[in-house]
Design a protein around this ligand. Structure first.
Ligand SMILES: Cc1cc2nc3c(=O)[nH]c(=O)nc-3n(C[C@H](O)[C@H](O)[C@H](O)COP(=O)(O)O)c2cc1C
Length: 181
């Protein structure tokens, strides 16, 4: 089965998550290509697609949103999973889980308007102090916010394994909207 893992990344952390996902799927499924959304002319040669984007200002990066819109008719004919990479684990601890849940639910709704998704998962990426406007940094730290490489590779692996299991045992038809994976 030919699987595409497509990504949009501004500073590289989403690209590295996509590459990790692609390598892990390849162990079970064989042919997996990992490419920037901007390098993909057509998805018709792939049987399944995983697509992810960094989040900026509560939304996918424009090239990733354009990829979904442009390829929506072809994507709708094959299983599609999505992942988003943000900074919810940088938030002060009391807000992390709730912030992530709200962000994941909101983005799932936005993305599923373009393409039926088998699943959508939110991960944290790399969020360095320099990415936050200077006046906010001190306040953010004082209230328990943190900066750095926040990627939870075990969570990425667990989600990838759920996707791989579904690829290995395809469901009869794609549901409209998103599933838990
Ligand atoms: C300009 C800018 C805006 C951001 N906006 C958000 C946001 O709205 N929500 C969020 O969770 N993370 C936000 N982030 C954090 C990034 O999504 C996070 O750093 C991610 O790892 C970036 O992925 P990349 O390294 O692939 O570009 C923002 C980062 C930058 C630089």
């Amino acid at each position: 089965m030919a699987v595409l893992v497509a990504y949009a990344s501004a500073l590289g952390s989403t690209r590295e998550i996509a590459q990790h996902i692609a390598s892990r799927i390849a162990v079970e499924m064989g042919k997996v290509e990992c490419r920037s959304v901007e390098d993909i002319g057509s998805v018709s040669s792939y049987e399944a697609v995983v697509v992810g984007s960094a989040i900026h200002n509560q939304a996918w990066l424009p090239p990733a949103a354009a990829f979904l819109a442009r390829h929506a008719p072809e994507l709708a004919k094959r299983p599609v999973w999505a992942f988003s990479v943000g900074m919810s684990d940088a938030l002060p601890k009391p807000f992390r889980k709730r912030g992530a849940a709200i962000q994941q639910a909101r983005l799932t709704g936005v993305l599923a308007k373009d393409v039926p998704l088998r699943g959508h998962k939110l991960f944290s990426g790399v969020y360095e102090a320099g990415q936050m406007p200077a006046p906010l940094r001190v306040l953010f730290r004082l209230t328990g916010g943190q900066f750095g490489d926040l990627r939870d590779w075990a969570a990425v692996d667990a989600w990838t394994d759920e996707v791989t299991a579904q690829l290995a045992n395809p469901a009869p038809s794609a549901p409209a909207g998103s599933a838990p994976a």
